[in-house]
Design a protein around this ligand. Structure first.
Ligand code: NDP
Length: 290
């Protein structure tokens, strides 16, 4: 297709997501703060490393940055052209999506909040779940550009709805992570073999993405590979709690989960994988989940 696509933010997710775009589009521009990564991407995937001024003038612009703060800074400094669609794959703040959609509307452009789920492996395979908030016509127009890295691509509501779904999803991940740590420590303290227990639970009603993937692939093997940083999970639980507070809802379990994840984050190295939050619980019990 002859429209130009740009991808801003070639981190753990963005680098892999952008790698699928040249299969469907002739012109794929990439920009990254550490520009060497953009140049490496260009040589690896036949994309084009460009400056930020050029990237932000594409027809469809993707961004995948740590938080809405970095996204807002770029959009307000380098607003896209009229008719452009900005698809923000950051796990961001719903209020910011509403603000950016309004700001871009003043420039005749569109903002879609389009966070993703599926981790770096899903980004690599092009099977990410993409949950999208914003203008439906812009969603329909951007769909074919999202497809190369998307599995389930779903419009979930107005601006901010995509970010809201993502924040709640990650809150549920965090709650499962902590509950799994307590549950498996209880089993170990009672002399049960954790691998046998895991096999039974993964064939039973207590299973989750944490027991099916995170526990065996990151925790039991003590690898804790850094693919999704703990500060990013802490950020997501904070977004979910803010949403509940704005709706004046009681959230005893989710608030506790957020406190635990924040504490784990504050007591961990910034370069820790999210799964290493369980190390805080291990330090309380002196029992390793292995
Ligand atoms: P990374 O930390 O790996 O990458 C962050 C990217 O943002 C890098 O390209 C970095 O550039 C860039 N960046 C950071 N600060 C700035 C800035 N001030 N100005 C411009 N660029 C900046 O993060 P991830 O790829 O892991 O995560 C990105 C988003 O996706 C987050 O919102 C995260 O919550 C979400 N997410 C992550 C998943 C995962 O498994 N990792 C899964 C699903 C969602 P530089 O290279 O120069 O540092």
């Amino acid at each position: 297709m002859s429209i130009s696509i740009a991808f801003i933010g070639l981190g753990a997710m963005g680098y892999r997501m952008a790698s699928h775009l040249p299969k469907s589009f002739e012109q794929v521009l990439v920009w990254n703060r550490n520009f060497a990564k953009a140049e490496q991407h260009a040589s690896e995937y036949s994309t084009q490393a460009v400056d930020i001024e050029t990237a932000t003038q594409a027809d469809i612009i993707f961004s995948c940055l740590p938080t809405s703060v970095e996204v807002e800074a770029i959009i307000t400094q380098y607003p896209p052209k009229s008719g452009a669609i900005w698809v923000d794959c950051t796990s961001g703040v719903p209020e910011s999506a509403v603000k950016m959609a309004k700001f871009l509307q003043e420039h005749g452009a569109y903002f879609l909040d389009a966070p993703v789920s599926g981790q770096t492996i899903g980004a690599e395979k092009g099977t990410l779940t993409v949950m999208i908030g914003g203008d439906t016509k812009a969603f329909e127009q951007a769909y074919s550009a999202i497809e190369p890295f998307g599995g389930l691509i779903k419009h979930v509501g107005d601006s901010g709805a995509g970010f809201a779904v993502k924040a709640v999803n990650n809150m549920l991940l965090a709650a499962n992570l902590w509950a799994t740590a307590e549950g498996f420590t209880t089993l170990k303290a009672n002399g049960v073999d954790l691998n046998n227990a895991l096999e039974c639970i993964n064939a039973s009603s207590g299973k989750s993405a944490v027991t099916e993937m995170v526990l065996p692939q990151r925790i039991l093997n003590r690898e804790f590979p850094l693919t999704f940083a703990l500060p990013l999970l802490a950020k997501d639980t904070g977004i979910a709690i803010s949403l509940a507070q704005q709706a004046k809802l009681p959230t005893p379990l989710l608030s506790l989960t957020q406190n635990l994840i924040q504490t784990a984050n504050l007591t961990s190295d910034a370069e820790s994988d999210f799964s290493s939050a369980v190390k805080l619980y291990e330090s309380w019990t002196n029992i390793k989940i292995e």
